[in-house]
Design a binder for this molecule. Structure first.
Ligand code: DX5
Ligand code: ZN
Length: 215
């Protein structure tokens, strides 16, 4: 069974309390929280304050995806806001090893996200220090984009690399995940599905989450 992590980016922020309640009652495993700075990506979303509010509504895992430059400046703030997993972009880190040590020393799980153009081979010397790899299946910055098919190839390569090294690393897919394509994403070797629009814009979000869980 995959881990299902709905992305709150697609939620109705005027009804955030109700949206969190819905997720709590659903089979969703994690809350995926997308932080954008308008510099690393061409969009601005929300920061630690919103995560602090969300944290108060749930005991589920808060999976925080930082699409920001200089993530080391904010890691502690996100820990204090309640993040369980903190994911940084490899393209935003000059000293990725140091970033991961910082995240882990603060008591969080450490994730690394890769943009569609970044080869998974870039992780070969650091994979044993990572708890989660987030493969972007769209260019980060916006919800509701179309899944880039080549991602399936990258999932297979990454899964092979993880298995060959005998590691236990989550493979998370983020962007354009639908009930229709999720089966092939899991078959390729992913175990965490992020889904924004697919969940929140569906007629019955809880039922959609159950469908993703049943894959
Ligand atoms: C994109 C974000 C995603 C986004 C996914 O930059 O990282 O988490 O919310 O949204 P959907 O599932 O609608 O593509
Ligand atoms: Zn995300």
């Amino acid at each position: 069974m995959p881990i299902v992590a709905p992305s709150l980016l697609a939620a109705d922020f005027l009804k955030l309390d109700a949206e969190c309640k819905m997720l709590n009652e659903s089979e969703a495993d994690w809350f995926h929280l997308d932080v954008m700075d308008g510099r690393f990506v061409p969009n601005i979303s929300f920061g630690p304050m919103i995560i602090e509010f969300v944290r108060k509504t749930t005991r589920k895992v808060c999976d925080v995806h930082l699409m920001i430059l200089e993530p080391e400046k904010y890691a502690e703030q996100f820990k204090n806001a309640g993040a369980d997993i903190l994911t940084v972009h490899i393209e935003a880190c000059h000293h990725l090893h140091r970033n991961l040590q910082q995240i882990k020393s603060l008591g969080m799980k450490a994730g690394v996200a890769l943009n569609p153009h970044t080869p998974v081979a870039e992780l070969s010397d650091i994979l044993h220090d990572i708890d989660l790899v987030c493969l972007m299946s769209v260019n980060p910055g916006f919800g509701g984009q179309k899944f880039i098919p080549y991602t399936l190839e990258k999932i297979k390569q990454l899964r092979k690399m993880i298995d060959e090294k005998g590691l236990n690393v989550h493979v998370e897919i983020d962007g354009g995940v639908t009930v229709e394509n999720a089966g092939s994403i899991i078959a390729a070797g992913a175990d965490v599905l992020v889904a924004g629009n697919t969940v929140f814009k569906s007629a019955d979000p809880k039922a959609t989450i159950a469908k993703l869980k049943a894959l």
